[in-house]
Design a protein around this ligand. Structure first.
Ligand SMILES: NC(=O)c1ccc[n+]([C@@H]2O[C@H](COP(=O)([O-])OP(=O)(O)OC[C@H]3O[C@@H](n4cnc5c(N)ncnc54)[C@H](OP(=O)(O)O)[C@@H]3O)[C@@H](O)[C@H]2O)c1
Length: 314
């Protein structure tokens, strides 16, 4: 375990959901030498700017949370931008880290990089089966990021590796309904339904699809766990809750309680369900001794409080 709390860490994407939590967890664990740049201060798709930044700052650890993220409709409309931006961010940051002898780099992949299956996705199944078509530009870029880390380890011995997180949420989340993920989007919609006094709250599909969630803080704890303990490179580690699934209907019930919405949840069967089940096999990481700490209800409460404090109305 690395006990040098003064290690110079570049946290890329520090104002996003994962980045906000990583910043907090690093600080909580005594790491004080964290450098950050907003998107407007440093556009990671700009190779020269990234190379200059790394040459000047020479970070010892890099946590790459920055990515061009959006909803399915946005990805379908701008697929070239999604694939270009994400590949450019990964290539620029990983090459710059290599040139400047970064000791450890963690790249954030995604559970959605795995092929469609109802079985828990294991790391070795990344290239088996069929991948989702709607998300293709994002998936291709995520797989490329994982592979960049693998090949930089293989050719240069760089300690670059990846995590594959399940869905997560927390402070820093966007409540913009064109890009918000399921939990923040339901928190906002239900809180607005409560304010309007709506008698019914529609949920897309049957409510039966099963999903896996972690708090963004648990994602950050998982990342720090690996940065402190994992000595190799090239591998990727699923970062899920150990296979605890919840249906969309149950999730809506938890959000209803937290928000205090008194109306009735109804299911709009004219809308599609999406994948029936999405779950990671996180045995590889858990066998190293990591486990999540937060419970879903408490994490939803924290998200609702964040929404009420800061993001409401945005
Ligand atoms: N959220 C999930 O449920 C989930 C699940 C699995 C995997 N992941 C992965 O986890 C990582 C973090 O996701 P997140 O949800 O934390 O994303 P997020 O909240 O959208 O944050 C992304 C961050 O990247 C920054 N960024 C985007 N383009 C940039 C650029 N060209 N130059 C510099 N910074 C740029 C953004 O800054 P601006 O806001 O200023 O543009 C933002 O701070 C991503 O790789 C994502 O694919 C997320």
């Amino acid at each position: 375990m690395n006990s040098d709390k003064n290690v110079k860490i570049y946290l890329a994407g520090h104002r996003g959901v994962a980045g906000t939590a990583c910043y907090e967890i690093l600080k909580e664990n005594g790491y004080s030498n964290i450098i950050t740049r907003t998107h407007s201060e440093l556009d990671l798709t700009n190779q020269k700017a990234v190379f200059d930044f790394f040459a000047e700052e020479k970070p010892e650890w890099v946590i790459l949370c920055a990515a061009h993220i959006g909803g399915i409709a946005d990805k379908a409309k701008f697929p070239a931008e999604y694939i270009y931006d994400n590949l450019a961010i990964e290539m620029n940051v990983i090459e710059a880290a290599h040139k400047n002898k970064t000791k450890k780099l963690l790249f954030m992949g995604s559970a959605y990089a795995y092929p469609i299956t109802e079985e828990p996705s294991k790391e070795e199944t990344l290239f088996s089966g069929e991948h989702g078509k709607l998300d293709e530009p994002y998936i291709v870029a995520k797989i490329a990021g994982v592979k960049l880390c693998e090949y930089y380890w293989k050719q240069y011995g760089d300690n670059f590796f990846s995590v594959m997180p399940c869905c997560f949420f927390g402070e820093g989340d966007s409540f913009d309904l064109t890009r918000a993920t399921v939990v923040p989007s339901m928190v906002r919609r239900m809180s607005e339904a409560k304010e309007r006094g709506d008698e019914e709250f529609p949920i897309w599909g049957t409510g039966k699809p099963l999903r896996e969630f972690l708090s963004s803080k648990d994602i950050a704890r998982g990342c720090l766990f690996l940065l402190e303990r994992y000595k190799g490179g090239g591998e990727y580690f699923n970062l899920g809750n150990g296979g605890e699934l919840i249906s969309i209907a149950e999730l809506a019930g938890i959000i209803q309680q937290v928000v205090g919405y008194k109306g009735k949840l109804i299911f709009d069967l004219t809308k599609p369900d999406g994948m029936r089940k999405k779950v990671l096999d996180s045995t590889k990481l858990m066998n190293l001794g990591w486990k999540p700490q937060d419970c879903l209800e408490d994490s939803v409460k924290e998200l609702y409080s964040y929404y009420m404090r800061t993001a409401k109305g945005k």
